[in-house]
Design a protein around this ligand. Structure first.
Ligand SMILES: C[S@@+](CC[C@H](N)C(=O)[O-])C[C@H]1O[C@@H](n2cnc3c(N)ncnc32)[C@H](O)[C@@H]1O
Length: 263
């Protein structure tokens, strides 16, 4: 793993790249969750509000608190018309600034692998949710090739460039999520797999959006020009193989988990 860290300081850039992916996966996640309406939610690692907006639209919550360490992401979330119900504040998943039993439900959307101590993050979610309440998450299967930019990461590795990874990628495995939830004392723990796809007009459209994101963009843009072009060409050849009419269809896969705080 490289020494660099994936940064989230551009809410608008995040929206183009990962915000759209988050909503695609979030929709499938919420179909699976079947959460009741009129509940008080906490959205941990809410980022720029991409999933928060979907949660409000789909689950009709009575209230939502969103928390994230990045002010750049939160500034974007606060301006989203679809997030007016939510109250956003800065903070860390491993030390939530809420009293025990404050919420009916907690969610981490594409966040748990960014938490340096995932077990602590899940313990905090369990603490702030009432007995009988829901603790849930979904995460790209980072080590199983589920990340939307996995094709670029794979080609980077082939060419000797090390892609940045979040600090806790191993927790995104389905079995690891299950074990982490059970170890936190949560009950009726279940997991599922979420498969989504996104279509780009052409390869250039796909590449430009990938470069905006904070995961592979900074490393690739820092490459010497010949290496940059060689990498781009290899990724293009791989993705265009089998695609029709210039459009690029990219597949991604996440794992989801839910459990309940014991009564
Ligand atoms: C991939 S984004 C997901 C954002 C949003 N939940 C979504 O679905 O679009 C990951 C988010 O986790 C946040 N994050 C990173 N470390 C965190 C931590 N220790 N506690 C809470 N959030 C964290 C980042 O700032 C970023 O906004």
């Amino acid at each position: 793993m490289s020494e660099q860290k994936i940064r989230f300081d551009d809410g608008a850039g995040y929206e183009q790249m990962m915000g759209k992916w988050s909503r695609l996966a979030g929709d499938v996640f919420l179909d699976w969750l079947q959460a009741p309406a009129e509940k008080h939610w906490v959205d941990i690692g809410c980022g720029n509000g991409a999933f928060t907006e979907l949660l409000i639209e789909r689950c009709a919550p009575s209230a939502v608190s969103g928390i994230d360490p990045s002010e750049g992401q939160l500034a974007y979330a606060r301006e989203r018309p679809g997030c007016r119900l939510a109250v956003f504040q800065q903070g860390d998943a491993m030390s939530l600034p809420y009293a025990g039993g404050s919420f009916d439900a907690a969610v981490m959307a594409l966040v748990i692998f960014f938490v340096p101590d995932p077990a602590k993050g899940v313990a905090e979610m369990s603490r702030v949710v009432k007995p009988g309440g829901l603790v849930s998450a979904y995460a790209w299967d980072m080590l199983g090739g589920g990340f939307p930019l996995a094709a670029i990461q794979a080609q980077m590795r082939v060419m000797g460039h090390i892609p940045m990874l979040p600090p806790s990628p191993e927790v995104s495995r389905k079995q690891a999520l299950h074990e982490t939830w059970v170890a936190a004392g949560l009950k009726a723990v279940e997991t599922t797999e979420i498969k989504v796809q996104r279509t780009f007009d052409d390869f250039e459209n796909y590449w430009q959006i990938a470069m905006v994101g904070s995961s592979v963009g900074p490393t690739i843009k820092a490459l010497p020009a010949p290496d940059y072009e060689a990498l781009k060409t290899s990724v293009q050849q791989g993705l265009e193989h089998g695609s029709k009419g210039g459009r690029i269809v990219v597949h991604a896969r996440a794992n989801a988990v839910r459990g309940f705080v014991p009564n």
